[in-house]
Design a protein around this ligand. Sequence first.
Ligand code: FES
Ligand SMILES: [Fe+2]
Length: 352
Amino acid sequence: MIPNMWYVILASREVKAGRMVAVRRFGEKLVAWRTPEGALSLLADQCPHRGVAFSGKSEAHDRAALTRNLATGGPAAARIQDGCLVCPFHGFAFDTVGKCRAIPANGKTAEPPRGFKAKSYPVREANGFIYAWYGETREEYPPIPWFEAIGPGYSVTTFFDPWATHYSRGLENQLDVVHLPFVHHNTIGRGNATLVHGPVVRLEPRPGGHDLMNLWVRNEKDRGQPPLRAAELPVPERHPFLQFLFPNLWHNWITDKLRLVGAFVPVDEGHMMLYLQTHQKFLTAPLLRGPVDLMLRYMNLVIERQDKRIVETQAPKRSDLKGGEQLIPGDGPIIEYRRRRQSLIDAARRSP
Ligand code: FES
Ligand SMILES: [Fe+2]
């Protein structure tokens, strides 16, 4: 994990008004919940009074199920009342930023002590996603990362899938231009273009280290020609084929009217969630949009499952800059990602 960044952690629609879901993110048990008016909150799934889980789920409770974003409820789970999450054990009430607003045993008229707080995470919502801040509390936070190259007017459809690997492996797979003719030989990698030129990678700094990586791919059928190194290739005039935004967002610029966005959501050291959004504007008429989006979702699921099968077998689960892998020039984007990630982690360690 790179500290002090905004991470996409959920799709907005997963957390309904007046409801709570239990999730595992950043290796921690969390609850995401909303007031009936729609205000969003993300708290550690542990009451600061005597340690009960707001979700009503114990640590041992089906860990894998936690990665699937469990809706919660029942007598052992917190309820939402008057804009607060009310703990099932002794009824203490916590607002959306975790501040304790009521302690029934102390009486209605007593103010809870000022520092009485549940651990909370700053959250933002945009682009169909929920972002959470992972790191130290700040006076001011940088803007959340998003791709300006995706304008308005798209029909968006999202699905998610848990992967049994660290999120770094999932996202590196989407920067891996070498695997296409092998893993996807019968889908997007048809044509046996095994020879990899470059690829050309350009990193653009962004506020808060949410840097943008632009990537141009030029794979060809091998006719005996030598591959060109990235330094031998000009930066193409056309828009980048792939973009990556630190720490966990990816954009496949298929055509101007068809885009794919992936969010690689950290669950824990051995698990991640992949969120895939398809953005299309070639058929947005109300009656056609539904079937088109459904078909695109299905196609993406087929391709995504081809990746998942392979990537889940990679060892170790978490990638590393000095992980001992023997890389080749075609792995350039992955190397670039690992370098930049390491320098962001080092910078966060050095910061006071
Ligand atoms: S443990 Fe939550 S109110 Fe006591
Ligand atoms: Fe792939």
